[in-house]
Design a protein around this ligand. Structure first.
Ligand SMILES: Nc1nc2c(c(=O)[nH]1)N[C@H]1C(S)=C(S)[C@@H](COP(=O)(O)O)O[C@H]1N2
Ligand SMILES: [Mo]
Length: 510
């Protein structure tokens, strides 16, 4: 019986590594589809292999050379895993450390690729950590004879061991299979998106006015780079949509049902507009807001084709993953730049921001207007249908509230005494900002310098020179909109229709 511990330890090692690789492959599908642990090692081996090696592989395996490589990596990895199980059973922690080291090899392979994603390191990190974490408990159940008696596998424990190791292996294999499947879809969609050239706008956005962007270090940029743009949605996996198979159906209380394909949409005269999106969940002073240049087609013109009936007052937009938003019909048919967007900041929409098509509506929070991966517009009535977040108790309509934020100095910062600057942004999309005021230590409100706004549909930057005297200070701000309303001091939480209150920061002046 005692000679069998090695077999059990080897199985423990294999179970732990398979579990880790499974977790890594699944993580890759979500976080970095081009950086799967096995795929990254395979890519690195292809790069490192000498020319004659590659040729030999091709002549030996033909077009199956890549499959052969992956099978080869799998076999070698299982061999190493078996060995690590035995090592861990004999020298606790040594196997775990080696698993972590394998993870580091995967990370190095993934991040050294020329087209590595920002999160390229994560799948292998997760794989290594998972294997390192699992191998100890599994291998301890199969400790060699003569080692600490208490750690030895007794018969009932052995049954447990088989159950644990078997389950870990099965979960690992299933996650790896699922991960690989999802990665394939994600990579196909990424390749399509990369090869895509959006048409030039028929109506380009007017240039950003000079003086719209203040030069204050630390101030939020006027246009948010797409990679820094906040992301909020209910999608665990980013939907992967091939534009060729995308279409939008407009139906419900309309005279004509309209179906629009991707090619038809791109053939329409598209327009560019800057619109600041904001999330209703953004707390006062929070970062769930961003400003981008969108390329799209006016939803108003599409609705006109469908001809909504007189009784309709809402459009329920639906995404491919079932999310819905209820947008007042009047907001989609007035003259604002509510668009069916295909482009963001000069490129196709990033997958996580709705590729291939999303809605962008100036003046409304995202949950009632900014449907990503949109495929369906149902013209209906507020008293007949309700949207995803409304069913969770949020307000059915969501006009954006008048708000402002202090970006400079950072709250909690220590600032040298003397001349410095207080700066931030203010917004109430589609209404516009006419004034921002600042109060230091509850002193008198002082008018800040307001930058030129791109339009009423975007946020606007502001700044105020400040002579900072040493000590602790509290700074507040409040905005006034174009209708003359002053931002309320009343503090309410985000639910059910958006937070209000004056933002404040505290700084220490040295
Ligand atoms: N399909 C889909 N679209 C969605 C959501 C979602 O969960 N699913 N969330 C909405 C919310 S609450 C916001 S604030 C915006 C955020 O858009 P962004 O992730 O591009 O910043 O998308 C909206 N569109
Ligand atoms: Mo949101």
């Amino acid at each position: 019986m005692d000679g069998r511990w090695r077999l059990r330890a080897a199985a423990a090692g294999i179970a732990a590594v398979v579990l880790g690789v499974g977790a890594g492959e699944l993580a890759a599908a979500v976080l970095a589809p081009a950086s799967s642990p096995i795929g990254a090692i395979g890519d690195a081996l292809i790069d490192l292999a000498p020319g004659w090696g590659k040729e030999a592989a091709i002549s030996l395996f033909g077009t199956s050379d890549k499959l052969a490589l992956i099978v080869g990596i799998g076999v070698v990895l299982i061999g190493i895993a078996a060995l690590l199980g035995v090592v861990e059973a004999r020298f606790p922690r040594a196997g775990a450390l080696s698993c972590a080291a394998l993870g580091v090899v995967g990370i190095a392979a993934a991040v050294s690729r020329a087209d590595a994603e920002g999160l390229a390191w994560t799948p292998s990190a997760i794989a290594g950590a998972m294997a390192a974490f699992a191998i100890g408990p599994l291998a301890r159940r199969s400790a060699p004879p003569g080692r600490v008696a208490a750690a030895r596998a007794t018969d009932p424990e052995r049954r447990w061991f088989l159950a644990w190791a078997g389950t870990a292996t099965l979960i690992g294999v299933a996650s790896a299979a699922g991960g690989v499947l999802l990665q394939t879809r994600a990579r196909a969609a990424t390749a399509t998106r990369r090869a895509l050239h959006l048409p030039a706008p028929a109506r380009a956005a007017p240039p950003v006015p000079s003086g719209a962007e203040l030069t204050v270090p630390g101030l939020t940029p006027l246009v948010t780079p797409s990679t820094d743009f906040y992301r909020i949605d209910t999608a665990l996996f980013v939907p992967q949509i091939d534009p060729a198979s995308w279409s939008l159906r407009i139906h419900g209380l309309v005279d004509h049902t309209v179906v629009l394909t991707w090619d038809e949409l791109l053939a329409l005269p598209l327009q560019e507009s800057y619109t600041t999106l904001a999330c209703v969940s953004n707390p006062v002073g929070g970062g769930l807001i961003g400003n981008a240049k969108w390329l799209g087609y006016p939803i108003r013109d599409l609705l006109a084709r469908a001809a909504p009936r007189a009784e309709a007052d809402m459009v329920l937009s639906r995404s491919t993953d079932g999310f819905t938003a209820s947008t007042p019909l009047e907001v989609l048919t007035d003259n604002r730049d509510a668009v069916l967007a295909v482009g963001m900041n000069g490129a196709p929409l990033p997958p996580e921001h709705g590729f291939p098509v999303r809605m962008v509506v100036p003046g409304l929070y995202g949950y009632v207007s900014a449907t990503k991966w949109v495929v369906d517009l149902e013209v209906t009535r507020f008293d007949r249908a309700s949207a995803y977040w409304t069913e969770q108790g949020w307000s059915p309509r969501g006009p954006i509230k008048l708000e402002s934020r202090i970006d400079v100095p950072r709250t909690g910062a220590t600032v040298p005494s003397g001349d410095t600057v207080i700066a931030g942004v203010a917004w109430q999309q589609h209404v516009g900002i006419s004034k921002v005021e600042v109060s230091v230590d509850d002193g008198a409100w002082q008018d800040a310098e307001l930058a030129t706004a791109i339009s009423a549909d975007t946020w606007v930057q502001w700044r105020l020179p400040w002579h900072a005297a040493s000590g602790a200070h509290t700074i507040r701000c409040r905005a006034t909109n174009h209708a003359g309303e002053v931002q309320t001091a009343r503090e309410v939480p985000p639910a059910p229709d958006g937070a209000t209150g004056w933002p404040h920061i505290t700084v220490q002046v040295a």
